[in-house]
Design a protein around this ligand. Structure first.
Ligand code: ATP
Length: 229
């Protein structure tokens, strides 16, 4: 069943057009990789989806609802759980407070998030500012889960982290996929890791979807042309 469809979405930063024709489809329970070289429009697509940037054209339908008329806080309430680039948390609140303030009713609560991230449980009384980069990323993911989203959106969740911590984050994404069937949109630079976890892929080039389909159908020709360095 379709959870999200972006059809021919366009968007501008002032007079500068960043998205031209973005098409992106996510079926319920699927993990979808959004890929493209630097500056091709991945984060902008997420901003348009989460209504943090107005769209100039096209359609965004989430869970049967037209998102274009909704402000970002209302779109979030429909079940968009964003883990933004730069993992924004409240630095002066404790780990536990950061999680509790994000809570909305549903499967995910403080106990379940703590089981998923035992390190957050260990550090629950510490301020978010005192956490390592990897722990802050775990907290950002935990906060998004506490909203009990229909779609979890991870924008460069492993960026700048040490290899072992990256592996921990990928393992958590795999657990979420396997044990909860949560729908996930993931932006990351590691094709290898994405190949191991994503069901489908969308490739952007200069603000336009140039390929979408099953992850295992992504050819070397497409990766060379649009994802190579
Ligand atoms: P990266 O992998 O580097 O994060 P990306 O694929 O997420 O790249 P975007 O950040 O969406 O790319 O950028 C798409 C285009 O929009 C780029 O040309 C970028 O320079 C431009 N852009 C991004 N943010 C802004 C902004 N706040 N104001 C103006 N232009 C912007």
């Amino acid at each position: 069943m379709s959870l999200l469809s972006l059809t021919n979405v366009s968007a501008f930063y002032d007079a500068s057009q960043a998205l031209f024709k973005v098409n992106l489809h996510i079926d319920e329970g699927k993990v979808v990789a959004l890929m493209g070289r630097n500056g091709m429009g991945k984060t902008t697509t997420i901003k348009a989806l989460c209504r943090m940037l107005p769209t100039a054209g096209g359609e965004i339908v989430f869970d049967g609802q037209d998102l274009r008329r909704l402000p970002s806080h209302k779109a979030a309430r429909l079940g968009l759980g964003l883990v933004p680039e730069g993992r924004r948390c409240f630095p002066n609140l404790t780990v536990e407070e950061n999680l509790i303030v994000a809570a909305r009713p549903g499967h995910w609560d403080f106990a379940r998030v703590s089981r998923l991230f035992p390190r957050l449980e260990e550090r629950k009384s510490q301020s978010a500012a005192s956490l390592s980069g990897g722990e802050q990323q775990m907290l950002a993911i935990g906060r998004a889960l506490m909203t009990n989203p229909r779609l979890l959106i991870l924008d460069e969740a492993t960026e700048g982290l040490a290899p072992l911590v990256r592996q921990e984050i990928w393992a958590v994404i795999a657990t979420l996929k396997k044990e909860t069937g949560l729908s996930i949109l993931v932006v990351d630079k590691s094709l290898k890791e994405l190949s191991g976890i994503a069901d489908d892929a969308v490739v952007l080039n200069r603000g336009e979807t140039v390929w979408q389909g099953a992850m295992d159908a992504l050819s070397a020709d497409i990766t060379d042309r649009y994802l190579g360095v």
